[in-house]
Design a protein around this ligand. Sequence first.
Ligand code: AHR
Length: 532
Amino acid sequence: MNQFFNLKSFFAFASIVALAMLLSMCAEKVQDNSKVSIAINPAHTGPEINRHIFGHFAEHLGFGIYGGIWVGPDSEIPNTRGIRNDVVEALKALKVPNVRWPGGCFADQYHWREGIGTPEERKSRINVSWGGAPEPNTFGTHEFFDFLEQIGSEAFISANVGSGTVKDAADWLEYLTATGSSLAMERARNGRIEPWNVAFWGIGNEVWGCGGPFTAQEYITELKKFATFSTNYNANLNSQFVAVGPDSFDEYSFGYTEAIMEAWANKTWTWDIQGLSLHKYTRGGWPPVIPATGFGELEYATVIKETLGMDQFIVENKAIMDKYDPEKKVSILVDEWGAWYAPTEGTNPGFLQQQNSQRDAIIAALNFNIFARHADRVHGANIAQMINVLQAVILTENEKMLLTPTYHAFRMYVPFQSAELIPVNFDAGIYKEGNLILPRVDAIAAKGKDGNIYVAITNIDPKNTTSINLSFNGQTILSVDGETLYASSVDAINTFDNPDNVSPKAIEASAAESNISVTVQPQSVTVLKVNL
Ligand code: AHR
């Protein structure tokens, strides 16, 4: 009896101990969720992060060009040959690698000859793609290249396949890049003797939709002709020819990757492509209804989840491309990405004007991280769009200008341009909102051109700070500093009256031997510079 009692007590005691252990493990688990350990081995550097993943897109759409970049030489807004000085200064800090122009859907209604020559020679048109706005063609080829030279960037031209001819496109590329021909002399008469270079030559835009519409096979017929007859005559500098790819898994566009890669694998010597374009927006449905400001946490989490879907989209397209191109000769260019919300009330819905919040900075950082992790195949990406349209980095209103949270994310990531990716190892933890389960943090690391290691950490969780421990495989840390972009709420914005409401601040991080501890704020983007 006594023995039985003792045994019973033992089991009771053992159960209490087990329960206590379980509870303490759970407590640890809860506590662990506020801590993330990121292991980085700086000796293992991966592929180069192509600087072109930080490219921009500027379409003739709303106030993207007119008002945003171009105010004309007679404007009271300070300008150089018609191009806003404040915008140029701000963009220089981003080291914008390339600008895609003139569209978008507009590209397939654009006739380059209407935008060259004297003011009298410019043709006035209606922008049927975007809001029926007048298109004066005062910003044309020469103005675009002047803008690129002012900001120190390269050209990504989208040629008109939908309503243009093979000859129009071939002539335009000759006009831009040749020396000695009649078209080159015409360019010189219009003020430019030296040829320009065209880093990327896009053969159409969304040709399964606004730029066509073509079936994949119909487009391939056009692609072959446009690629065969367009030549970059600039002796030392080649253009990368970019074919149109899909924008989603839908029936219209997804088959494009397979069809184009198959055609490419069987190509003849006359034509080639070096890039395949993917488009992927964060839209929360179509037509977009999620507001750019004044949204709740569920809308935040929904949009972030959709953004993270970029990874799967790239993974699936890569898998198809790998079948036909295991040597990765054709790269992916995500030449339109960004958040597309409901239009701002009181604006022309065709102008796609929207505010830009801390949520957008997080969307930008997550996309950069995804592109960087796919650095082996993703060699370019362009945010839609640069100024005053969709997820803009700059907003203007007459003479006023502000830098958006997305701008700051771009600026903070500049050291990742042409840096070597370093794989990172971490358990991201969980952020839960309603039925949505998301990673709590995201991070990438890279060895910058200056020899320093850069680590970007995004705390997706909008409620909790996260303590981060970074370890560097035993390597001694000489110094660490960095900056962080956070705001009191996910929908915090910059306004013309309060333009610095959301702006990066220095962050404190402490280093001990081979470890760094840093606490990142909720809904924040942080970039650390580590000197080993
Ligand atoms: O960026 C706005 C539009 O989105 C582009 O013109 C088009 O290519 C895409 O559908």
